[in-house]
Design a binder for this molecule. Structure first.
Ligand code: C5P
Length: 231
C-alpha cells in the first residue's frame, strides 16, 4: 500500500511542502509535484524529495511540439523524476517523442514512466464540443488512452470511475493512476466523483494520488497511517 500511494504536495510554499515530505519520509513511496509547486520551487524541490528517498511524480502535463516535449522529458529525468505526465491530445508524434526520450534517459537506473492525461475531468461533453470534439467523453478517453499506449506511454491518469475500463483496455502491466481518492473518514473537498483507496485499487488502479486528506490533516502522519491501515 505504501508504494501505491502518491501524496499530492499541492502547496505554493516549497518550504511547507518539504516540511510535510520530511515528516512522511520512510512511510510512503511517492510524492507528486504539480504545476504550482514546480513553478515556485522548481528542480530544487524534486532534488530534495529524491534525497529524502521518495520516488517523484512530476505532474506538469506536457503538451507541445515533439522536440520541446522530448527536451522537457530528458531534463526532468535528469533532475530525478520517476513519473511524468503528458497530454495524450498532443498526438502520436509527441507521445512517441516523450516515450523515446524517457527510454533514453535513465534516472537512478530506472527510466521515468510516462503517463498520459486523456480528457481532463474538468471537461464535460459541452466543453469537448466547444473545442471541436463531438465524441462522448468516455469514447474520447478510450481513443486517447489507446493512442498513448500505441505510442509507447506506460499508462494513464484517470478518475477512479474510469479505472476499470482503462485496466481492461491497457492490460495488466499498464500504470493506472487515479486522483479523486478519499478514505471514508475524509471530506470530499472539491472532488465530485470519489472512491475509497480500496475501491480504486479494486477497480484496477495501480497508484492512488491523495492530497488533502493527508496534506490538510492536522496530523499528516496519522492520516497517512490510517489510510495505509485501510481505515
Ligand atoms: O487534494 P486531492 O486529493 O483532491 O488532490 C488530488 C490531486 O490530483 C491534485 O494534485 C489534483 O490536481 C490532481 N488531479 C485531480 N483530478 C484530476 C487530475 C488530477 O484531482 N482529474
Amino acid at each position: 500500500m505504501r508504494e501505491k500511494i502518491i501524496v499530492a504536495l499541492d502547496y505554493d510554499d516549497p518550504e511547507r511542502a518539504l516540511e510535510v515530505a520530511r515528516s512522511l519520509a520512510g512511510r510512503v513511496g511517492w510524492m507528486k509535484v504539480g504545476l504550482t509547486l514546480y513553478a515556485m520551487g522548481g528542480r530544487a524541490v524534486v532534488e530534495e524529495l529524491k534525497r529524502l528517498g521518495y520516488r517523484v511524480f512530476v505532474d506538469l502535463k506536457l503538451h507541445d511540439i515533439p522536440h520541446q516535449v522530448a527536451g522537457a522529458v530528458r531534463a526532468l529525468a535528469h533532475v530525478g523524476a520517476d513519473m511524468l505526465t503528458v497530454h495524450a491530445s498532443g498526438g502520436a508524434a509527441m507521445l512517441a517523442a516523450a516515450a523515446q526520450a524517457a527510454a533514453a534517459a535513465k534516472t537512478g537506473g530506472v527510466r521515468p514512466s510516462i503517463v498520459a492525461v486523456t480528457v481532463l475531468t474538468s471537461m464535460d461533453a459541452a466543453g469537448l464540443a466547444a473545442v471541436g470534439v463531438a465524441r462522448p467523453p468516455a469514447e474520447q478517453v478510450e481513443l486517447l488512452a489507446t493512442l498513448a499506449r500505441d505510442n509507447g506511454c506506460d499508462g494513464v491518469v484517470c478518475a477512479p470511475s474510469e479505472a476499470r475500463a482503462m485496466r481492461a483496455l491497457l492490460g495488466p502491466d499498464a500504470l493506472v493512476v487515479t486522483p479523486g481518492v478519499r478514505p471514508s473518514w475524509a471530506a470530499a473537498d472539491d472532488q465530485a466523483r470519489i472512491a475509497t483507496p480500496e475501491a480504486a485499487l479494486g477497480s484496477g488502479a495501480s497508484h492512488l494520488v491523495i492530497g488533502r486528506p493527508i496534506t490538510a490533516a492536522p496530523d499528516p502522519v496519522a492520516a497517512l497511517e490510517r489510510i495505509v491501515e485501510g481505515e
